[in-house]
Write a protein that binds this ligand. Structure first.
Ligand SMILES: Cc1ncc(C[n+]2csc(CCOP(=O)(O)OP(=O)(O)O)c2C)c(N)n1
Ligand SMILES: [Mg+2]
Length: 318
């Protein structure tokens, strides 16, 4: 297969891996088999895959209370992710982090931060560290629309601007902060407009189009890497699942949900791929392989040992 086709199919595989992982986790959670709580990523897959595909080894991301998609897009091991969700000692944080603190520094994923806006100063600090060490790495800061109303968003973007830091601030605008519609909490039409207050580029892209996200992310990453400073990249998307746990999302109007389902990123990308002549069998084969991989991860997680009481204080202090 041509290299270009391989790349497109890898985008597809990663988006499907995120979707199927989340659907399986949802079932495990609703069946009461999986402990804790979860915030899921269905509908936003093109954001994580498009942005993370624009990064190179050594670059880092910070994530949020909704991290599973970001972790998979950065190439984290789904066995270790699943085990972490089960609180097992084989998890990526040895079972001590759970859903909202997933991460793997070797894959460039700073363990996720569930405080809304909490990752923004950390990504800014990572950018400052890269600059001071004269390393050409980039920090990507994922956040939701709601996080852009936190004070730390404005402080961090201002610092990144004056110091020309290699940071890309990625806002996944899914129209809601929990059950609150964005129109109730901000007057600006586009979150990217906020960039002008810091004199940095503010870009809006279709967050359900993985190729557009990839292209816009590549430009922002390149700007950061070449010493031309930060970018605020707003991705327009939608959460086609509840905010967390068993939220039925009744606050999302029916018509809005229906439109969002028609516009969801995997269906759109599948249509694009088949229009290029890629067969539905090829796509189905990828989906089936992904499902097997996930079942293997569930088995691994369920059979893994629990952490022991004597391990409680390990890795807590440096
Ligand atoms: C500082 C802070 N306030 C409130 C919460 C509770 N909370 C968790 S997620 C969330 C909504 C965040 O919305 P957004 O930033 O748009 O992200 P999304 O959930 O849409 O991905 C809130 C209010 C929190 N975790 N941290
Ligand atoms: Mg939101």
């Amino acid at each position: 297969m041509k290299p270009e086709t391989d790349r497109l199919l890898e985008f597809y595989r990663k988006m499907v891996l995120i979707r199927e992982f989340e659907e399986r986790v949802k079932l495990l959670f609703l069946e009461g088999i999986m402990p804790g709580t979860i915030h899921q990523y269905q509908g936003q897959e093109a954001c994580a895959v498009g942005v993370c595909s624009a990064l190179k080894e050594g670059d880092v991301i910070t994530s949020t209370h909704r991290p599973h998609g970001h972790c998979i897009a950065m190439g984290m091991d789904i066995r270790k992710m699943m085990a972490e969700l089960f609180g097992k000692s084989t998890g990526c944080c040895k079972g001590k982090g759970g859903s909202m603190h997933m991460g793997d520094i070797e894959k460039g994923v700073v363990p996720a931060i569930a405080i809304v806006g909490g990752g923004i100063p950390i990504a800014t600090g990572l950018g400052l560290a890269f600059k001071m060490k004269k390393q050409d790495f980039v920090a990507v800061c994922f956040m939701g629309d709601g996080a852009t109303n936190e004070g730390t968003f404005h402080e961090s973007l201002n610092m990144a601007s004056i110091w020309n830091l290699p940071v890309v601030y990625v806002v996944e605008n899914n129209l809601y902060g929990a059950s609150t519609h964005i129109s109730l909490v901000m007057k600006v039409e586009r979150i990217s407009e906020r960039a002008c207050a810091y004199k940095i580029p503010g870009i809006t892209a279709d967050g359900n189009d993985v190729l557009e996200v990839y292209q816009k992310a590549q430009e922002a990453v390149e700007r950061a890497r070449t010493g031309n400073g930060p970018t605020l990249l707003e991705l327009l998307t939608y959460r086609i699942t509840g905010h967390s746990r068993r939220d039925p999302a009744l606050y999302q109007p029916g018509e809005e949900k229906k439109k969002a389902l028609e516009n969801e990123p995997i269906k759109r990308f599948s249509n694009y791929l088949t229009s290029l002549g890629i067969s539905t069998e090829t796509l189905e084969d990828i989906r089936n392989r992904v499902k097997k991989e996930i079942e293997d991860a569930v088995k691994f997680a369920m059979e893994s040992p629990n952490p022991q009481p004597e391990d409680t204080l390990d890795d807590l202090f440096v």
